[in-house]
Design a protein around this ligand. Structure first.
Ligand code: 5AD
Ligand code: SF4
Length: 474
């Protein structure tokens, strides 16, 4: 089932076609590229597009920046940690550029959309050749061409102009599981979050474009699709004719060859009954949902501008569980939001106990420039944040272990993704609910569905044995 080689979708954009004759970008010598990506799945997908464009220009991937003629850093600014890593890595490129002055270094992504950041990078790291933002990244071949021709620094950071570009080639490597972006941007303005400022307003792709991409991927052998957006539940806003997210899910479910559908991220205020109904009705939509709660305290949720209360969130969880009994629920939680008291934090702990999440992504609150929370007076001291964080991790690990333990002795259909990284005699794959399962088996099973009996579990994964299914009689 797994196909060899790359999966370049949809032949080039006008910029790419114009570049086909460019000597610099398309020299006879094979050139190599290296992309480092920080941040969320949206950034990963953007990097797949950059890789797709580079491959069309004749570049090939390499595993180390030292060997590349084009290095791209695709940055994230959701938390400060991610930014610090970018600066550290940029500093290390100085020596590389001295040794290989022809190498083009480009920095892109969300950090560049922040006021003054791209300009400062060009100044502080004069060996950086190109800075570009999240809007019009599809014009990267043109930026590269100009950098190669002029030898000057290129700065291409644009404000959101409301346009969406289709037809950019995407290089996907899995051959089995694909992320498909269905919408861009976010209009929610949670008070701690920079995403609305750096990713712009919500814009939905047409259902035709999404379905065409999925059909083409099925042809390539892909069977699992994760529909991506900062808030997939508001998919469809502004589309003519309007298609709701629930309708889109039902359409994807009908595409022949699609075996598993996942989607993220959801906003608890926007997920509606129609989406839950679609999850119940559609056989290929998996029993898994990511519902970021952020805090268990209604007071803090209001300060976060999340537009739901603790009670509303708990009632949503109850509704989802009553209709989809085996559903795996994951969440995001921020610890130490400004003004969070010990009593507020206790509410987060008790909400986690009450829900029993299958997985929780926990974050220390990180001050972000220009966001309302950054200006709030009552910031929580770092040591208090860390101490609360540790207590929270203990609770969420315990509940994940309990949820996973419930799988013991069950037989699950595992979509085999390939050999496990550390042990070549062990295969790794996922249940429909998204749990990672490791079990002994041969690589040749990659890409198939295998019945596996779960024999051991912990907080993060499951272990099992493949069940030999007797061959059907002729
Ligand atoms: N500080 C900490 N965590 C944040 N997130 C977003 N912004 C911040 C911030 N300033 C977390 C939220 C979101 C996830 C993707 O990142 O939990 O759901
Ligand atoms: Fe950020 Fe809130 Fe939008 Fe998520 S919904 S991207 S947390 S503003």
């Amino acid at each position: 089932m797994k196909k060899e080689g790359t999966n370049l979708l949809i032949p080039g954009t006008p910029a790419l076609r114009a570049l086909r004759s460019s000597k610099e970008a398309f020299s006879a010598d094979p050139k190599a590229y290296y992309i480092e990506t920080w941040g969320c799945q949206m950034n990963e997908e953007d990097s797949e597009k950059l890789a797709g464009m580079l491959e069309q220009m004749g570049y090939r991937p390499v595993g180390h920046p030292q060997k590349a003629q084009c290095i791209i850093f695709n940055t994230c600014c959701v938390r400060e940690n991610a930014e610090l890593k970018v600066y550290g890595n940029l500093g290390r490129l100085k020596k590389l550029k001295e040794e290989h002055p022809q190498t083009i270094i480009a920095v892109c992504g969300c950090m560049m959309q922040q006021k003054g950041v791209g300009e400062a990078i060009l100044k502080r790291y004069p060996y950086v050749d190109i800075v570009f933002g999240t809007h019009h990244a599809e014009r990267f071949p043109e930026y590269l061409h100009r950098a190669l021709q002029s030898g000057e620094q290129i700065f291409e950071v644009h404000e959101d102009d409301g346009t969406l570009s289709e037809g950019v080639p995407i290089l996907r490597e899995s051959g089995l599981k694909a992320y498909v972006t269905i919408m861009y941007g976010c209009d929610n303005y949670c008070s701690y979050c920079v995403v609305p400022y750096v990713r712009g307003r919500e814009k939905s792709r047409t259902s035709e474009a999404i379905l065409a991409e999925i059909r083409a991927l099925v042809e390539e052998g892909y069977v699992e699709f994760t529909l991506l957006g900062q808030n997939v539940n508001s998919y469809g806003k502004g589309l003519e004719p309007y298609v709701s997210f629930a309708e889109l899910l039902r359409k994807v479910n009908e595409v022949p060859g699609v075996s598993r559908i996942r989607f993220m991220t959801n906003h608890p205020k926007d997920i509606d009954e129609e989406v839950i109904k679609a999850m119940v009705d559609c056989e290929h939509i998996t029993e898994q949902i990511h519902l970021p709660v952020q805090s268990g305290s209604s007071r803090i949720l209001a300060r976060m501008n999340r537009s739901y209360t603790r009670e509303q969130y708990l009632s949503l969880i109850g509704r989802v569980r009553s209709l989809i009994p085996n559903v795996a629920i994951s969440t995001d939680i921020i610890v130490g939001f400004p003004g969070e008291s010990e009593a507020d934090f206790q509410e987060t702990l008790s909400l986690c106990e009450e829900v029993g999440f299958d997985a929780a992504y926990t974050f220390l609150y990180s001050k972000r420039n220009h966001t309302p929370a950054d200006r709030m007076a009552d910031q929580v001291p770092e040591d208090v944040k860390h101490e609360r964080f540790n207590r929270l991790v203990e609770v969420v690990n315990r509940s994940a272990a309990e949820r996973n333990a419930a799988y013991l002795h069950r037989v699950e259909d595992i979509l085999v993704e390939g050999p496990s990284k550390n042990r070549p005699d062990t295969l790794t794959g996922r249940t429909r609910s998204g749990k990672t399962v490791n079990f002994p088996g041969d690589q040749s099973l990659t890409g198939t569905l295998q019945p596996v009996r779960i024999t051991k579990t912990n907080s993060f994964s499951l272990f099992g044995e493949r069940i030999e299914v007797p061959a059907k009689e002729a």
